[in-house]
Ligand binder design. Structure first.
Ligand SMILES: Nc1nc2c(ncn2[C@@H]2O[C@H](COP(=O)(O)OP(=O)(O)OP(=O)(O)O)[C@@H](O)[C@H]2O)c(=O)[nH]1
Ligand SMILES: [Mg+2]
Length: 453
């Protein structure tokens, strides 16, 4: 395999920049362009930081600190050198050119982690978690990615994979030696084992509902009748004036979206046009978009003006929120309250009283969001929450195959008939961990990484 090199830090002026080199010729190539103060790169002790100079044969280019990692004890499993130079883009580019001139090749996106995977240093879940950790937008997402990187989720899937393989091995033994009275192929015991596996798979697949919100953010629609204070609420949450606020009804017509973290959860917040029956042509178009946004939202803030009694428009909005994860936000609580609270309590589980204008009550809203999405602390801390749609899809498919195997056994077929579906289920799990995955999928996964990782 080629020896690859890449700038691992951002291409911007900084105190330090890091270049990584990995492959069979990493030490030899680096030795040509780096003069260590003591010794040389080839004989330098593994994982020790050394002072040296990068030179082009004529003149020194930079004073650097380098670490060499001897195979297999490195990130990629190959010989590796990390060059810590001064973080000038010009210096970084000059060192890269020197490395390439001496036989290295510029690395592709994610190629270091891909090599780590191919060399068995990480499984596919762990490798993907490296990318997730770099992209993490909030603390919980970062904690989950770190836990996946450490193998929390891999353990769960490996356990399921091994149990499926065990069942199949027993079936094959039974086919080969039917007279040996193997108890493990008793259909009742097998159904029992498969049901336990199905339970684990379903619980992992279900965790994606929360996991996707943690990773991608909750699409949150701020809806309500005109003038109830939706735009004021958006601005209060963001802490700056993003949306126009006015006492004129129908101010917001286009949808206004922003990303923010609230209660530890990333929200993709959308301020929408107020919903009302009496609306002009443009406003009606805005209301259509509001209804679509509400329908697709993971979370709805249904805003009401607490200083007014409920209007027909408010009641229509309450109907639209049925079946959604919604919080009733009673706004303008700094004014005298005349709203019918009982009606609200009858229709919403989560209710919060705020004054968006005076930024009061927002902490309560944060607490509700935190409880809604992050209450399963045990699963989050142990990393047994799926955040990746690819893992989710394979887990669902695997559970379908396990269910099919159970149906086969319950219908009285012999275990060898169920074995086909059990093999398929194991193969789906293998696609998650990387034990059985095509080159195309591997390339696709790593192409989304940044260069240098
Ligand atoms: N007293 C009081 N007034 C508020 C509060 N929140 C908003 N308002 C006022 O209510 C009016 C409407 O606010 P907006 O935020 O524009 O309302 P909206 O729901 O976005 O209205 P549309 O965009 O027209 O649908 C403005 O005059 C705000 O100053 C509040 O907490 N207390
Ligand atoms: Mg508005």
């Amino acid at each position: 395999m080629d020896t690859i090199c890449a700038i691992a830090t951002a291409r911007a002026c900084a105190a330090i920049g890091i270049i990584r080199v990995s492959g069979e010729r990493a030490f030899e190539i680096c030795n040509k362009i780096i003069r260590l103060k003591n010794g040389n790169i080839i004989s330098a002790k593994s994982a020790q930081m050394r002072l040296g100079y990068v030179h082009d044969g004529n003149a020194d280019i930079d004073q650097v600190m380098c670490v060499s990692f001897r195979s297999p004890a490195s990130y990629t499993g190959e010989d590796m050198v990390e060059i810590n130079c001064h973080g000038s883009v010009m210096i970084l580019n000059r060192i890269m050119k020197l490395l390439i001139k001496n036989g290295a090749r510029s690395a592709q996106a994610g190629e270091f982690t891909k090599r780590a995977f191919l060399n068995g240093k990480l499984d596919l879940i762990q490798a993907e978690a490296v990318g997730d950790l770099i992209d993490a937008y909030n603390q919980t997402d970062a904690a989950l990615a770190l836990s996946h990187m450490s193998g929390g989720l891999s353990d769960e899937f490996n356990e399921i994979f091994n149990r499926l393989i065990d069942i199949n091995t027993n079936i094959l033994a039974y086919i080969d030696f039917p007279d040996e009275g193997l108890v493990d192929v008793d259909p009742c015991l097998m159904i029992d084992s498969l049901n336990k596996i199905l339970k684990s798979l379903r619980s992992l697949a279900e965790s994606f509902e929360i996991g996707s919100v943690i990773h991608d953010g909750a699409d949150t629609a701020i809806v309500g009748a005109p003038n109830v204070g939706k735009s004021t609420l958006l601005n209060a949450i963001l802490g700056y004036e993003r949306s126009i606020v006015s006492k004129t009804e129908g101010t917001t017509r286009d949808m206004i979206s922003e990303r923010v973290t609230m209660g530890g959860v990333t929200l993709n917040l959308c301020d929408t046009a107020g919903i009302r029956k009496m609306a002009g042509e443009i406003e009606k178009r805005g209301i259509e978009i509001t209804c679509r946004t509400l329908k697709n939202a993971d979370l709805v803030f249904a805003v009401f003006d607490a200083s007014r009694s409920l209007s027909d428009d408010d009641k229509k909005i309450i109907q639209l929120c049925k079946g959604k994860t919604a919080v009733a936000v009673l706004n303008k609580c700094d004014l005298t309250q005349t709203i019918d609270k009982k009606y609200i309590c009858d229709n919403f589980i989560h209710i919060v009283e705020i004054s968006a204008e005076q930024k009061q009550g927002l902490e309560k809203l944060s607490e509700i969001i935190n409880k809604l999405f992050l209450s399963d602390k045990v699963a989050i801390e142990s990393g047994t929450v799926i955040t990746n749609v690819r893992h989710y899809e394979r887990a669902v498919k695997a559970s379908e195959y396990v269910q099919a195997a159970i149906n086969t056994l319950e219908s009285g077929f012999t275990p060898d008939v169920a074995s086909v579906d059990i093999t398929e289920a194991a193969s789906q799990i293998g696609m998650i961990t990387g034990a059985s995955v095509s080159d195309k999928i591997i390339d696709e996964i790593f192409s989304k990484f940044c260069v240098g990782k």
